[in-house]
Design a protein around this ligand. Structure first.
Ligand SMILES: Nc1ncnc2c1ncn2[C@@H]1O[C@H](COP(=O)(O)OP(=O)(O)OP(=O)(O)O)[C@@H](O)[C@H]1O
Ligand SMILES: [Mg+2]
Length: 353
C-alpha cells in the first residue's frame, strides 16, 4: 500500500496532541500510558504535585477514548463543602433535606456515557467513600433521599496530590476504594525532575502570551533559559506559566525580561529534625506553602491542604515569621481565569488546524 505524504492525526507525535507540551523522556512515558489506557474503560488515578498537569492529562485520556463525543465532567472534591458533595455527585430528590426544594440531577447522572474527573479525591469524606465504591463496582446508586436505583455508565478518572497509601494507613481513606481506584495509576513527575521540558514550555507560553498581548518577543538569552531551567518550580507548570505571563508584560522590546523569581525554598529539614511540635508545624506549613506557590486560600490553597481556617494559617505564618512569594495569591487567582480562557483558545485553534 502506498503511504501518504501528509501526516494524518495518528501519526503526529503524541505530545503534539491534546496541547501537552514537552518532550522529556518522563513526559513521553506519561503520554505512552495515556495512549495505552485511554481506549479501555479502566479507572485511572493521576498522581502529582500541584500544577504538574493532572487535569490536562485527564482531558487527554477522555479525548483519546471512545467517549470523546460525550461529556467530560469535572468535580473538585476539595472545592465543595463535604455536606453538599453527596448531592453534587449523586443528586437528590425533592425534600431530601432542608432546602432541597426541587429534584436535582447529580454529576454521575449528567455524565452518563462520558467521563467523570474526580479531582482531589483524597478530600472525599470517609462516609461518602462506600457510595463511590458501589458506583465503580456495580455502576449503580440512589439519589440522596431517593429509593430508585439508577444505573450509570461512566468512566472515572481521579486525581490527587495527597499520599493515598499514607491516608489508608491513617484510616482516612478506605483501602477497598483505594485498590479500586488504583487500577491504573499514572504519576506525573514534578517539573524540576524533567528540566528538558522547560525550554519547550517557555517557548510555548511566550508565543501564547506575546500574541495575546500583541508583543513581539523573539529573543530569549542563554542566561535567561539557564535561570528558568535551574529554578526548582515548586508550583510546577502553572508557576512557570504565571512567570512567563509576567515576563511578557515586562518585555516591551524583543527580548524576554524575567521578573525576580522567588528565592529558592530552603532545603527540607532532615527527617530527624525538627523535634519540637512547633518546629514540625513550621516545617509542614513551609512545605505546603512551597507546594502551593504561597497561595493560602481557595480549593488548592495551603489552608485547605492543612485542614486549617485561612485566618488560623495566616496567624501561624506571621508567628513563624515566614514570607510568601510576592503577589502569589493574587497572581494565582488571576492566572486561573486566564489559563482557562487560554485553554479554550487552544482547543479552538487545534480544531481549526
Ligand atoms: N505539559 C504541559 N503543556 C502545556 N501546558 C501545561 C502542561 N502541564 C500543565 N500545563 C498547564 O499548567 C496549568 C496547570 O495544569 P493542571 O491544572 O492540569 O495541573 P494540576 O496538576 O491539575 O494542578 P492542581 O493539582 O493544582 O489542580 C494549566 O494551565 C495547564 O494547561
Ligand atoms: Mg487540577
Amino acid at each position: 500500500m502506498e503511504s501518504s505524504a501528509l501526516p494524518v492525526e495518528d501519526e503526529l507525535p503524541a505530545n503534539r496532541r491534546w496541547n501537552i507540551v514537552g518532550d522529556s523522556a518522563a513526559l513521553r512515558h506519561v503520554l505512552d500510558q495515556v495512549e495505552i489506557v485511554a481506549p479501555t474503560d479502566a479507572t485511572v488515578v493521576l498522581l502529582g504535585e500541584t500544577g504538574t498537569g493532572k487535569e490536562l492529562v485527564a482531558r487527554a485520556i477522555h479525548e483519546a477514548s471512545e467517549r470523546r463525543h460525550r461529556r467530560f465532567i469535572k468535580v473538585n472534591c476539595a472545592a465543595i463543602p463535604s455536606g453538599l458533595l453527596e448531592s453534587e455527585l449523586f443528586g437528590h430528590e425533592r425534600g431530601a433535606f432542608t432546602g432541597a426544594i426541587a429534584q436535582r440531577i447529580g454529576r454521575f447522572e449528567l455524565g452518563h456515557g462520558g467521563t467523570l474527573f474526580l479531582d482531589e479525591v483524597g478530600e472525599l469524606p470517609l462516609e461518602l467513600q462506600p457510595k463511590l465504591l458501589r458506583v465503580l463496582q456495580e455502576h449503580e446508586f440512589e439519589r440522596v433521599g431517593g429509593t430508585r436505583t439508577i444505573n450509570v455508565d461512566i468512566r472515572l478518572i481521579a486525581a490527587t496530590n495527597r499520599d493515598l497509601p499514607g491516608m489508608v494507613e491513617a484510616g482516612r481513606f478506605r483501602d477497598d476504594l483505594y485498590y479500586r481506584l488504583n487500577v491504573f495509576p499514572i504519576a506525573i513527575p514534578p517539573l524540576r525532575d524533567r528540566p528538558d521540558d522547560v525550554d519547550a514550555l517557555v517557548d510555548h507560553f511566550v508565543g501564547e502570551y506575546a500574541s495575546r498581548m500583541n508583543r513581539h518577543v523573539d529573543v530569549i538569552t542563554r542566561d535567561t533559559r539557564e535561570v528558568l531551567r535551574s529554578y526548582p518550580w515548586p508550583g510546577n507548570v502553572r508557576e512557570l506559566q504565571n512567570v512567563i505571563q509576567r515576563a511578557v508584560i515586562l518585555s516591551p522590546g524583543g527580548r524576554l525580561i524575567l521578573p525576580p523569581l522567588p528565592v529558592s525554598p530552603p532545603p527540607r529539614p532532615a527527617p530527624d529534625e525538627p523535634n519540637t511540635l512547633e518546629g514540625m508545624q513550621r516545617a509542614l506549613v513551609t512545605r505546603v506553602l512551597e507546594e502551593t506557590n504561597g497561595v493560602i486560600g481557595g480549593p488548592n490553597g495551603a489552608a485547605v491542604r492543612l485542614g486549617l481556617k485561612r485566618t488560623t494559617l495566616q496567624s501561624m505564618i506571621k508567628r513563624f515569621g515566614l514570607s510568601l512569594p510576592h503577589e502569589a495569591a493574587e497572581s494565582e487567582i488571576h492566572s486561573h481565569g486566564r489559563c482557562r480562557r487560554l485553554g479554550r483558545e487552544h482547543e479552538e485553534s487545534w480544531a481549526l488546524a
